[in-house]
Design a binder for this molecule. Structure first.
Ligand code: MG
Length: 377
């Protein structure tokens, strides 16, 4: 039977208060960490080691019968020893995890367990990105370590239970040990590295908390843009809206096909990406753009967005028209617009208003459009 141990006995000296209960995207960090393990049905028991100051307040936080809470010791290894003692199963695998690694994924936990099953001991790790220097008393550099051989060890570190027990028995007096896999290494047991993710970070400092929060909530940056257009409605030419041809005895007059919706949308997208307006790319005074279909204008705008690695998050547009009645054509216009934008239909909203028979639009002499876009950059 496989088990997990979550070490959360720290006092959070660097963050001013116990970090394991700091809210992370609206939930205490330790609860997030534990949820990752509770999501794996193959783990039959999860022992959480809590610092004495928090044990009484939090030992009943979890209703899952697999969770058992014990008092942490003075050091990491002492807490580990107490937690191992509390395990019910004689054998199987044990995953030992830091309570302050709330972003661990079920995939990483599973990969580490599998590797420990095969080889006895495993550690998730990522290649070190910085060049590491060894120093004497933190001042002068003694030497530079060869980065290509260096890995930053994470948790869950996984072991066959008998290996972990033996390591604790033989080398458990190493007070400075920052992880227990080094005890296993000392026994001469090969500890296997499991390539992990940089997202499985240990929240230790204030900025780690910001990174973790950003990773959990999605660190997307959105920009919004606004577009407006108006064209005269005249008899005898086709009416194009959103790239769809709408049956009517009048159409929109323009240098292009007069599609106000596509023009307003294109301008809102260019606005969000701070790329100017469509007049910059298709100057109306240039003869070569005469009669250009508006879908070509939109294609050019999408190409510009792609070159900026910008992605359309959503779009909202309001058509202002006294005639024709647009409601019967909503679906056709919406489908056409989404198809041209290559954006799922639920990300695009379309509305229409009359002008209450006021002004030029109200007398059926023009159609206008307003659009707002959000773009992820
Ligand atoms: Mg226009």
């Amino acid at each position: 039977m496989n088990s997990a141990i979550i070490l959360a006995g720290g006092e959070g000296k660097r963050l001013g208060r116990p970090k394991q209960f700091l809210p992370l995207a609206g939930k205490p960090m330790l609860h997030r960490t534990l949820e990752a393990f509770l999501g794996l049905p193959e783990l039959k028991e999860i022992v959480v080691a809590l610092g004495p100051a928090y044990y009484l307040d939090h030992r009943k936080d979890w209703s899952d019968p697999r969770v058992k809470v014990v008092r942490a010791g003075e050091t990491r290894l002492e807490s580990l020893r107490k937690a191992v003692k509390a395990l019910s199963f004689k054998d199987g695998l044990v995953a030992v995890h830091d309570g302050a690694r709330p972003l661990v994924s079920p995939e990483i936990i599973r990969k580490c367990l599998q590797e420990a099953e095969r080889h006895g001991a495993s550690v998730p790790a990522v290649p070190v990105k910085d060049t590491i220097k060894e120093s004497k008393a933190g001042s002068a550099v003694l030497k530079t370590l060869e980065r290509s051989r260096l890995w930053a060890a994470q948790t869950p570190q996984c072991y066959r239970k008998e290996i972990l027990l033996k390591a604790l028995k033989l080398h458990g007096n190493l007070r400075q040990a920052s992880d227990e896999s080094q005890l296993v290494e000392k026994m001469g047991v090969e500890v296997r590295l499991v390539p992990s993710s940089y997202e499985n970070l240990k929240v230790t400092t204030r900025e780690d908390l910001v990174f973790a929060e950003a990773l959990l909530t999605g660190s997307k940056a959105f920009r919004t843009g606004f577009g407006y257009d108006i064209h005269r409605l005249v008899p005898g030419i086709p009416l194009w809206l959103g790239g769809a041809k709408i049956p009517h005895d009048k159409g929109l007059l323009g240098h292009s096909d007069g599609d106000v919706l596509l023009h307003a949308v294109a301008d809102s997208l260019l606005g969000a990406a701070a790329l100017g307006d469509i007049g910059r790319y298709f100057p109306p005074e240039e003869e070569k753009w005469k009669g250009i279909p508006s879908r070509s204008i939109l294609e050019k705008v999408l190409e510009l967005l792609r070159s900026r690695q910008a992605r359309i998050e959503n779009l909202d547009a309001v058509l202002v028209a006294q005639e024709p009645r647009l409601r019967p054509h909503y679906e056709k216009i919406h489908q056409s617009l989404c198809g041209l934008l290559k954006v799922p239909q639920e990300r695009v909203n379309l509305k229409a208003k009359t002008q209450e028979e006021m002004g030029e639009i109200g007398r059926g002499k023009a159609i206008a459009c307003y659009a707002v876009a959000a773009v992820e950059i």
